[in-house]
Design a binder for this molecule. Structure first.
Ligand code: HEM
Length: 224
C-alpha cells in the first residue's frame, strides 16, 4: 500500500475530462463541482448520523453539538470552494458553456438529498432531520406550556444546554443559507440574467434563499 494506491489517485485524477480545447478553464469548473460533490458526501454522512442521534430523545447534548459543529465546518469548506472558481472569468466560462447542454447543478442528487433531510425541499422525505429535531426538543422537559412556542421559549430560557443546542441549530441553518447566497453571487457574476442550463435563473434562485429548516427557533428571538 502507498499514498497513490490508498487514495485511488490514478482513478481520481482521470476523472477530470475537459470536452473542449479550453482545458484549463474546464478543469477549474469540473474540479469545483467534483470537490463540492465530495464534501456533500461527507456532509450527508454527518447529517445522517445526526438524524439518528436526534431520533433518540435521550442523546447527549454534547454529541449533538459536536455533530452540528462538524456540519458547520463542512459548509464552511463548501463555501470556500466558490473561491477557486473565481479563477474562471465569465468570458472564459462563456467560451465552453454550450457544451454543458442540459447539465445543471440543480440535478445534483446529493444536494437534493441534503435539502430533503433538512426539510427545506419541495419534495418530501421519510428521513427528515427537521422533524426529528423538533420531536427531540419537545420531549426534553415536562413544562406546562400554553403552546409549542411557549414550551420552546421556556426550554431556551431555563436550560443553558438546550439554549446552546438551539443556537447551534440556527448556526447550521445560517451555513446552508450562506452556501445559497455565495452560489447566487457566483451565478450573477458568471451569467447575469441569462437562463441557466437547467432552465432556472439567478432571479428564481434568489427567491429560494430564505428557506430555514428551524424557522420556529428563529422566531423565539422575537420574544427573549
Ligand atoms: C460558473 C459557475 C456556476 C454557474 C453559472 C451556476 C449556475 C447555476 C444556475 C443558473 C442554477 C439554477 C438551475 C439552472 O438553471 O441550471 C444552478 C443551480 C445549482 N448549482 Fe450552480 N452554478 C455554478 C457553479 C456551481 C458549483 C461549483 C456547484 C457545486 C456543486 C453548483 C451547484 C448547484 C446546485 C446544487 C444547484 C441547485 C440549487 C437549488 O436547487 O437551489 N453550482 N447553478
Amino acid at each position: 500500500m502507498d499514498y497513490a494506491s490508498y487514495l485511488k489517485l490514478t482513478q481520481l485524477l482521470a476523472l477530470q475530462v475537459p470536452m473542449t480545447d479550453y482545458e484549463r478553464e474546464e478543469l477549474i469548473f469540473i474540479t469545483a463541482h467534483q470537490s463540492m460533490e465530495l464534501w456533500f458526501k461527507v456532509l450527508l454522512v454527518e447529517i445522517k448520523k445526526l438524524y439518528g442521534l436526534f431520533l433518540d430523545t435521550t442523546s447527549r447534548i454534547t454529541l449533538l453539538l459536536e455533530g452540528l459543529n462538524n456540519c458547520c465546518l463542512y459548509w464552511t469548506v463548501l463555501i470556500t470552494q466558490f473561491k477557486g472558481i473565481k479563477a474562471l472569468s465569465p468570458m472564459d466560462f462563456a467560451k465552453f458553456r454550450k457544451i454543458l447542454q442540459g447539465a445543471s447543478g440543480s440535478q445534483s442528487e446529493q444536494y437534493k438529498a441534503i435539502e430533503r433531510y433538512l426539510g427545506i425541499s419541495f419534495e418530501s422525505s421519510s428521513c427528515n432531520l427537521r422533524e426529528a429535531v423538533f420531536n427531540f426538543l419537545y420531549q426534553q422537559e415536562r413544562f406546562v406550556s400554553s403552546s409549542k412556542q411557549n414550551y420552546l421559549l421556556n426550554l431556551y430560557k431555563k436550560s443553558h444546554d438546550h439554549a446552546m443546542l438551539i443556537d447551534k441549530l440556527l448556526e447550521f441553518d445560517e451555513c446552508c443559507e450562506r452556501w445559497r447566497v455565495e452560489h447566487l453571487r457566483l451565478v450573477k457574476r458568471m451569467i447575469g440574467r441569462k437562463i441557466g442550463t437547467g432552465y432556472s435563473s439567478a432571479e428564481k434562485l434568489s427567491l429560494q434563499i430564505d428557506r430555514y429548516a428551524f424557522r420556529e427557533l428563529w422566531e423565539l428571538k422575537d420574544y427573549l
